[in-house]
Design a protein around this ligand. Structure first.
Ligand code: ZN
Ligand code: ZN
Length: 271
């Protein structure tokens, strides 16, 4: 499944696809040395108690380069042909990041919940900020995936950054079918229990019901009867970059909302 075929079938996604492509092209042109890989022995006890890597006090991850990447990314976008509203938001964000003291570092801290930064356009900055962080963190995310024992985690939040999942993925067929959760922020994918709602408190194993969508053989909406939260799920392998991208299935979010379901999954895209 290529993106072109997908967009021919879902022409209403073209606007968000175009912006996503502009951001991806801009991000690819920004130089990045990549985050330092820590000594895993320092982190293992935190890992075993469910503390995400970026929240561990035992490893020092340098976020400063991510702030610099964010500035270059926003600057690059201001020189591209964008729809006027997005272009204006990019110009405002550039002025803010350039004009306020330590703004790039405070903007990155804001992504993790610090309130020391007030973005002019929070939706755009959350999306671009996580894009910049993902560029910086990519080698770390890869090394972490190779190192960790998945069955020692199985939490509903991302082992790297602590965010709730954006989507789920089912791989293989029964009895050995695996469920993965996918982070929309840092792009980590991790193992989770096959059955159970990742949004109910205490993860008490409420079953999910699968809602299949006509014409979408690889995507479905899994929802919980207890908390009414849903998780868009990609059933299959090989098309992760397209089908786990979240933006490529925004139409499923509209169907879920019309169905009275709640999006508790993390989102970088405001409907
Ligand atoms: Zn993450
Ligand atoms: Zn639930």
């Amino acid at each position: 499944m290529t993106q072109d075929v997908w967009l021919t079938r879902h022409p209403y996604l073209r606007f968000v696809a175009d912006f996503h492509a502009q951001v991806a092209t801009a991000a690819a042109s920004v130089p990045s040395g990549g985050a330092h890989i820590p000594d895993w022995d320092d982190y293992i006890s935190d890992y075993q108690t469910g503390i995400p890597l970026l929240q561990s006090s035992r490893v020092a991850i340098d976020f400063e380069p991510a702030g610099a990447i964010l500035v270059l990314l926003v600057e690059s976008l201001t020189s591209r042909a964008l729809p006027e509203k997005l272009a204006a938001e990019c110009r405002d964000s550039k002025s803010q990041l350039r004009g306020e003291m330590n703004a790039p570092q405070r903007a990155v801290a804001w992504l993790f919940g610090s309130e020391i930064f007030k973005p002019a356009h929070p939706g755009l900055l959350r999306y671009l900020g996580w894009t910049a962080l993902a560029v910086h963190l990519r080698p770390l995310v890869d090394a972490f995936s190779s190192w960790r024992e998945e069955e020692r985690w199985l939490c509903e939040y991302c082992p790297t950054c602590g965010s709730l999942p954006a989507m789920g993925q089912l791989i293989g067929s029964d009895p050995g079918r695996l469920r993965l959760l996918s982070c929309g922020c840092c792009s980590t994918r991790w193992r989770y229990r096959r059955i159970g709602c990742p949004f109910c408190e205490n993860g008490d194993g409420h079953r999910l019901t699968a809602l299949t969508i006509e014409g979408e053989s690889h995507l479905r909406i899994d929802y919980c009867d207890s908390c009414r939260a849903y998780l868009k799920t990609y059933v299959g392998e090989g098309n992760e970059s397209l089908l786990l991208a979240d933006w490529s299935s925004l139409h499923l979010d509209i169907i879920a909302r019309d169905y009275g379901l709640r999006r508790l999954a993390n989102s970088l895209y405001e409907l």
